[in-house]
Design a binder for this molecule. Structure first.
Ligand SMILES: [Zn+2]
Length: 315
């Protein structure tokens, strides 16, 4: 049995898969359990939540922790390495990061992840969620056969997984692709991100920032725009300008051919957002953007679960 753990700023999900085969289709999930991400208590609360969810999943299919041969963890980042082990310093989970604009309920600056999971489970492979999703999309989804591509998530946070010349980019701490914390606006319009930046992509358009910044959540805003509410339409257009700018910057920097988009904010309203993002990208420097394809994640709302599976699929 393999365990797939998907850690996001809003929820944590655990699925179990019986002996994944490394075939051209992901093995079906035997069971899946999910809960809101724990953000209070001791600093190892999230690691303990993951283990409790694994035990709950095991109980549902009648197996034990000892039956799990490998665990893949797709987690929101950034990661910090402490004594060679991954800890998580995510602005939507850790309330103690510099400049955090909202009260998350804790003063954490980073939380242990790899050490407690390895102690309890043995073989554990952890990757940034967008990087892991990129690997899954290249193996089973919309990026099959693409050597120069990205997976971009627009969810509670915003991030990217990047592949150039067939190589998945990871970086010194596994944080390559944190374009959500790259700057896109300045001046009065700039909002404060949980990371301490003012005017980065997450501060402007992430699902976790919208309520505080514009007084409504992504779901209500997008629904109103779909129904033709003029103010909502204009606001969504502004969000797409910011995301379009980020996508263009990735394309210009890495010479990408194809970008697969996922995440709850995007997936729930892909029909509204995708054409606007395509327009935003295509109106910039044609020598770099001509022929670049944007598409909906082929694994859709399963991308997080399969992202974790992709990390241990061949174990
Ligand atoms: Zn930020």
């Amino acid at each position: 049995m393999k365990a797939c753990v998907d850690i996001g700023g809003t929820k944590v999900a655990v699925s179990l898969v019986r002996d994944a085969s490394g075939s051209d289709r992901p093995a079906p999930m035997a069971v899946r359990v999910a809960e809101p991400t724990v953000k209070t208590g001791a600093v190892d609360a999230l690691a303990r939540q993951v283990l409790a969810l694994i035990d709950a999943a095991c109980a549902q299919v009648g197996c034990a922790r000892a039956d799990i041969t490998a665990t893949g963890v797709s987690s929101c980042g950034p990661f910090v390495l402490v004594d060679g082990r991954i800890e998580v310093a995510n602005p939507n989970i850790c309330g103690g990061l510099a400049g955090a604009p909202r009260d998350i309920g804790n003063e954490w600056t980073r939380i242990p992840l790899e050490e407690p999971l390895v102690q309890a489970l043995g073989t554990v492979r952890i990757a940034n969620d967008a990087v892991a999703a990129l690997v899954a999309e290249r193996r089973w989804g919309a990026l099959r056969g693409s050597e120069n591509c990205a997976y971009v998530t627009w969810s509670t946070g915003v991030g990217a997984g990047l592949c150039v010349d067939g190589h998945v980019l990871r970086g010194k701490n596994g944080n390559a692709g944190h374009a959500g914390h790259s700057f896109v606006v300045d001046g009065d319009a700039a909002a404060l991100c949980g990371c301490g930046n003012r005017g980065d992509v997450e501060s402007m358009i992430a699902g976790g920032s919208l309520e505080g910044r514009i007084g409504t959540d992504a779901e209500r805003l997008m629904t109103a725009a779909t129904q033709g509410d003029v103010r909502a339409v204009r606001t969504v257009q502004q969000l797409c300008e910011v995301m379009g700018r980020m996508l263009y910057n990735l394309i210009a920097t890495l010479d990408l051919q194809r970008i697969s988009l996922g995440g709850s904010v995007f997936l729930h309203h892909a029909g509204l957002l995708l054409p606007q993002l395509e327009r935003e990208v295509q109106r910039h420097f044609p020598a770099l953007t001509q022929g670049v394809e944007l598409c909906v994640a082929g694994l859709a709302d399963k991308v997080g679960d399969y992202a974790a599976l992709a990390l241990v699929d061949k174990d």
